[in-house]
Write a protein of this length. Structure first.
Length: 256
């Protein structure tokens, strides 16, 4: 099986007054179609630097290089990178909502989806609504979440708006989410886990890459850990959660 995403020779470093700080050295990992993959790491380990290196938006590093293959093709030009970004659903740890504070939530999500090469018009609206309903977003803002301006949103609401935008690109072959449960309440964190787990059961399921410090995610196929500049595969991942117990299918209770 050809990986949907393959990273080789990832090297990320920052130049500091005290010298070069290595974030990742000769890192490699891959995500196959239908796989749910985690990259775990403690706060400050450099996980978001990996995310920024993948999507190549605001790398913030003085030294950032990697060989990235998407569907087997080396992404080595700006045009290929732009097409890659339009072909996937991705959510930064720093919420996009902060950059579009004057927009309404629904308008922001619609523009993000329409900027892909996947969905437009009525089809895009249907997919946006399906994800909105699955994550029970009417619980926000007394049912008026769609019409709320991002500038009026709480931290959790901004996080959910960013996740909704990424996940509403429902025809993506790959989703890349950086610290997705940050600022979410326990109820919506459980719903997010369940939504990602159910994505794996779709016909032609996407690859899912979650970069996080949290061990709450169930139904995970492969786990890497970032520590001291090294990305290593770990085999003994055991979900640990303060969000309640899961059923045999790896799904949390969806009652509040």
């Amino acid at each position: 099986m050809k990986p949907i995403l393959k990273i080789e020779n990832m090297n990320i470093a920052f130049q500091q007054k005290s010298g070069k700080k290595i974030i990742v050295e000769n890192g490699e990992f891959e995500v196959n179609p239908g796989e749910f993959v985690l990259i775990l790491g403690e706060n400050g380990a450099g996980k978001s630097s990996i995310f920024r290196s993948i999507v190549r938006e605001d790398t913030r590093s003085n030294n950032d290089s990697r060989d990235m293959y998407f569907k087997g093709e080396l992404i080595d030009t700006q045009d290929k990178l732009d097409d890659f970004r339009r072909s996937i659903g991705y959510a930064r740890q720093e919420d996009d909502a902060d950059r579009f504070f004057s927009r309404k939530v629904w308008d922001y999500i619609r523009d993000y989806v329409n900027n892909s090469n996947q969905l437009h018009g009525a089809e895009a609206y249907r997919e946006m609504q399906s994800v909105y309903d699955a994550l029970k977003c009417d619980k926000y803002a007394d049912g008026e979440f769609k019409e709320r301006k991002l500038s009026k949103c709480s931290g959790g609401e901004k996080r959910m708006a960013t996740l909704l935008a990424a996940l509403s690109r429902t025809k993506s072959d790959l989703f890349v989410l950086d610290e997705p449960i940050n600022n979410l309440d326990a109820y919506h964190a459980r719903l997010l886990n369940n939504y990602l787990a159910k994505l794996k059961k779709r016909e032609n399921p996407p690859g899912i890459l979650v970069i996080t410090h949290c061990h709450m995610f169930q139904c995970v196929d492969k786990v890497y850990k970032l520590s001291k500049g090294k990305i290593t595969r770990i085999e003994d991942y055991k979900p640990k959660s303060c969000y309640g117990e899961c059923n045999a299918c790896g799904l949390y209770d969806e009652e509040e």
